[in-house]
Ligand binder design. Structure first.
Ligand SMILES: NC(=O)c1ccc[n+]([C@@H]2O[C@H](COP(=O)([O-])OP(=O)(O)OC[C@H]3O[C@@H](n4cnc5c(N)ncnc54)[C@H](OP(=O)(O)O)[C@@H]3O)[C@@H](O)[C@H]2O)c1
Length: 294
């Protein structure tokens, strides 16, 4: 509560001391847009709907144009908001420039960036092809870092907008059987909390969201559908995560942990020794055959 109040006061002071920054005048006549990576399904799609329902223009990014177009069409009736699509692999070196050019062509500017796209890898670390690990790092860490670095200076100059980075409960503890993925989410958590502190009083909101398991195709894609964590930790809907992320961000909260169980688990893994928690997490993440009692 104190953190939220301090942030709101910080935003208010930033606005009062610099009512119309030059950088804001430079985008006069253009519409602020929320850009969501991985917007075509799962949590990213729910976030797209959430922002659009709040009347904000959204650009959904993913690699498949067909899927993006079908989802945008389904949202065409959401009042007041434009839902635009951009087919783009965010690991491309020129991804930030491609987003910028697209926004300009639409008469928009990047107001809120949601770094949501990520991939997982299930199984022992040395069972993965080196190229698969490189790809995970490129999406989960590389692209998120580059897009954040690209977006931040203009947001600070305008004294508005912000960034939501989607991390995970997995960012709080090493994750045997999902080692690279958990490590990537620890990076996202650490990076975002540090940047949020640097942005205090600038008028720019920075949030990191750490959901527990969410009902998306993510777990099947990494062959983890039968892992214990999906039975022991309540699985949330993408819509619930999107609501928590949106309201937490609008309230200026740096860390958003959706639901009741996730904050408790996050607090527990922070105080318990890793010697105890890491073997437990290994049992939770182990891939199990359907019906296995192991
Ligand atoms: N599901 C969970 O239980 C869970 C829990 C905690 C945190 N999270 C985090 O929540 C976020 C979303 O997860 P999700 O479960 O909703 O994932 P998902 O259903 O697998 O969707 C991933 C999205 O990212 C896009 N994407 C993947 N690689 C891309 C690339 N190189 N360039 C552009 N877009 C790319 C995908 O579209 P294309 O394949 O068409 O490109 C898709 O739209 C991730 O950061 C994940 O780590 C998920």
């Amino acid at each position: 509560m104190t953190e939220v109040l301090a942030k709101l006061v910080g935003h208010w002071i930033a606005r009062r001391s610099n009512p119309v920054p030059q950088a804001l005048a430079a985008v006069a006549g253009r519409r602020p847009a929320t850009v969501i990576t991985g917007g075509s399904r799962g949590i990213g799609l729910a976030l797209t709907r959430q922002f659009a329902a709040a009347g904000q223009d959204v650009v959904m990014i993913a690699r498949s144009q067909d899927v993006l177009d079908a989802e945008a069409l389904a949202m065409r009736d959401i009042a007041g908001a434009r839902v635009l699509t951009l087919a783009l692999d965010i690991t491309r070196d020129d991804a930030a420039d491609a987003i910028e050019s697209f926004l300009q062509s639409q008469g928009s500017y990047l107001d809120v960036l949601v770094n949501n796209a990520a991939i997982g890898l299930g199984g022992a670390f040395d069972s993965h092809a080196p190229a698969a690990i490189d790809q995970l790092i490129a999406i989960n860490i590389g692209a998120l870092t580059r897009l954040t670095r690209h977006a931040l200076p203009a947001m600070k100059a305008r004294g508005r907008g912000g960034i939501i980075n989607i991390a995970s409960l997995g960012g709080y503890v090493p994750g045997p059987q999902q080692a690279a993925y958990y490590a990537s989410k620890a990076y996202v958590t650490s990076l975002t909390e540090a940047i949020a502190e640097e942005c205090t009083g600038t008028g720019v909101r920075i949030s990191v969201v750490a959901p527990g398991p969410v009902e998306t195709g993510f777990h099947a894609a990494i062959d983890a559908n039968h892992a214990l964590y999906l039975k022991l930790i309540p699985v949330m809907s993408p819509e619930r995560v999107a609501r928590a992320a949106y309201s937490g961000f609008m309230l200026g909260r740096t860390v958003v942990r959706p639901g009741l169980v996730v904050p408790l688990v996050a607090a527990a893994v922070r105080v318990l020794p890793h010697g105890l928690t890491v073997p437990i997490v290994r049992r939770l993440l182990e891939q199990r055959k359907p019906g296995s009692r192991r």
